[in-house]
Ligand binder design. Sequence first.
Ligand SMILES: O=C(O)CCC(=O)C(=O)O
Ligand SMILES: [Fe+2]
Length: 199
Amino acid sequence: MLQSAYAGTQWLDLPPGHALLIPTWLAPSEAASLLDHCLQDLQWEQPMVRVFGKQHPIPRRHAFVGDNGVVYRWSGLEQRPQPWTESLAVLRAQLVRAGFQFNSLLVNHYRNGTDGMGWHADNEKELGENPVVATVSLGQERRLSFKQRDGAGRLSVILSSGSLLLTSGAVQKHWLHQLAKSTRPLKERISLTFRYINS
Ligand SMILES: O=C(O)CCC(=O)C(=O)O
Ligand SMILES: [Fe+2]
């Protein structure tokens, strides 16, 4: 029988697109040291955004990393990237070897269960027609849910520490996703979301 080098790898059916989940992409120790590295060495922000006419801090922290000259426009914000650290550049290089092209990385830090991200799609026009987004998860496992824009389709997956999720562009067009808050006591999680931004 054919053995996968990455135990538990599975395709998620999100018609007409797909996502590939590799739960064991990074070794647990590698994921743990990357988490510490990000906490210590990135510049974190918790910007305010307007929701239904009122200003609120986003329910998480984030850091934007990228190539010189990339601009990330998001919810009325315009962010310029901090440079790649050596460890994050190595991770990107591994994805490039697999054939993907990314010039930026949005890093999300969920401090506990009261942090999360509401329903949205990664479909800003700077991401282009069919953006592939690669998400590496570090720390506390959390549930990522998908719901179809015009249908009853629903699916959710657990993103464990060290996992890699690759979502195809068609998924962003036809599905929304969220990282729901939880009333359970949860430890911190970081997600590294690699993107290609045309700016
Ligand atoms: O933290 C996650 O896994 C999801 C993050 C996300 O959806 C995003 O950054 O657009
Ligand atoms: Fe997203």
